[in-house]
Design a protein around this ligand. Structure first.
Ligand code: FDA
Length: 403
């Protein structure tokens, strides 16, 4: 699949120089293809730069296909198994980038996400990849020779085009709907995109009673879904002025559907109703004092007030029924969010180009040979914890090798 050497013609044009695009360009370039990488941003790979609080959680050692959400859940298995977290880690080690494991297999740079960007740039240079930045791609059309890529500056030709323009999250650093537009233009289905890994919000009136708890953080079990399709995470929860955030909420937000309940267990290791009822015979403490042995005092006071309990009442004087109810409020607190903080705050976009349209070997469109989709543009969304980058690397490599 080689195109003539005339100026402006390439074996591959990769649109989007983010995580997936750079990985794909480097692999294709190092395999001897002529590659042009085009991005409309003036600063390279801004999402990598801001990721992981500036230290880039670049992979997760325990990543498997089960850590990803998709309408076609098995699709990602092939690419993930052919390019594993260990493969990316070997690259990181080859560049002598210092890293550490934070928890649960999450690997972060010791110094800066900038190290990962520089590594990918060097890998592209090793593949003689050409760059066009800043340069916005406006449209893509088919031609008898391959594809015509129309940019703001000029018209380019390529045998293959890889769309690596990501999802809709964080529009202020350049996110666009380009991938979905191009997919639809070529007749490919798109699974409806929506914000994921995003804080959840509540009606201001419903939340008023909990505002005083803003800033409190604790480890919880969080659950959503139907009995048959239940998903539970144990992660840290953060109370905010507008609602809830922290890893627990970000994780569950990717599964949450509008109008659905979420359930919080604020004390996952304690069967609280039972403990409270047993304490009636042995404890002289009031509710606030007794509960503050388990939970932060400010949270105890806030929860008791919000759920209509008088913290000064002695446990021994309370009916079992009330203690049972209080236990349930803490072990299985039901909340119905009214929405999310949207793409402005979402770490990723759920949904995207329908994977049933793509080859799981190469990420190439089954209907349009030569047209590839990689990374977040595709309907494969990882959990929080380095999984989304692992998908970007693995899908980028699959396409880079498949061209
Ligand atoms: P990405 O969005 O990285 O790249 C797309 C590129 O396309 C951009 O450079 C954009 O400018 C360009 N583009 C768009 N339209 C264009 C057009 N028309 N013409 C030309 N160029 C165009 N994940 C993880 O695993 N670990 C982490 O620590 C974090 N942390 C994190 C923090 C924050 C704040 C966010 C927002 C996200 C994360 N993520 C993360 C998610 C991760 O950043 C994300 O999944 C990947 O960057 C997706 O990589 P892509 O290459 O697919 O898209």
């Amino acid at each position: 699949m080689s195109i003539s050497k005339k100026s402006g013609s390439y074996d591959v044009i990769v649109v989007g120089a983010g995580a997936a695009g750079m990985m794909c360009a480097a692999v294709a370039g190092q395999a001897g293809k002529s590659v042009l990488l085009v991005d409309h941003a003036s600063k390279l790979a801004e999402k990598i730069r801001i990721s992981g609080g500036g230290r880039c959680n670049f992979t997760n050692l325990h990543a498997t296909w089960q850590n990803f959400i998709s309408d076609n859940p098995h699709f990602c298995r092939s690419a993930l198994s052919r390019y594993s977290p260990q493969d990316f880690l070997n690259l990181v080690k080859r560049y002598r980038i210092a890293f550490h494991e934070k928890h649960k297999g999450q690997l972060f740079c010791d110094v800066s996400a900038e190290d990962i960007i520089n590594m990918l740039r060097s890998e592209c240079n090793a593949g003689q990849v050409s760059w066009a930045m800043p340069c916005k791609v406006l449209d893509i059309d088919r031609s008898p020779d391959g594809f015509v890529v129309t940019t703001e500056e000029k018209i380019l030709m390529a045998n293959n085009v890889v769309i690596a323009t990501g999802g809709l999250s964080i529009p202020k650093i350049g996110a666009t709907d380009f991938s979905y537009r191009i997919a639809k233009k070529f007749g490919l289905k798109v699974v409806e995109p929506r914000p994921a890994l995003v804080p959840l919000t509540f009606e201001a009136n419903d939340w008023a009673a909990f505002v005083s708890m803003a800033g409190i953080s604790l480890e919880v079990d969080i659950e959503t879904g139907s009995q048959k399709n239940k998903i539970v995470f144990r992660e840290d929860l953060l109370f905010t002025h507008r609602g809830l955030s922290g890893p627990a909420i970000l994780q569950i937000s990717s599964y949450w559907q509008p109008k659905q309940s979420i359930f919080l267990n604020l004390l996952p290791e304690v069967a609280l109703s039972t403990e409270l009822i047993q304490a009636k015979t042995s404890s002289k403490k009031n509710l606030t004092n007794w509960l503050s042995a388990y939970l932060p005092l400010r949270l105890v006071e806030g929860l008791l007030a919000a759920h209509g309990f008088d913290g000064n009442l002695r446990i021994a004087d309370m009916p079992d029924k009330r203690l049972q109810l209080l236990g349930e409020k803490i072990n299985r607190w039901e909340l119905i969010p009214n929405g999310t903080e949207g793409y402005r705050k979402a770490e990723v976009t759920r949904g995207g180009v329908d994977t049933r349209e793509l080859s799981q070997q190469s990420m190439m469109s089954k209907k349009v040979p030569g047209l590839f989709f990689v990374g977040e543009a595709v309907d494969v969304t990882g959990w929080l914890g380095g999984f989304n980058f692992q998908w970007a690397w693995a899908s980028g490599v699959a396409a880079g090798q498949g061209i």
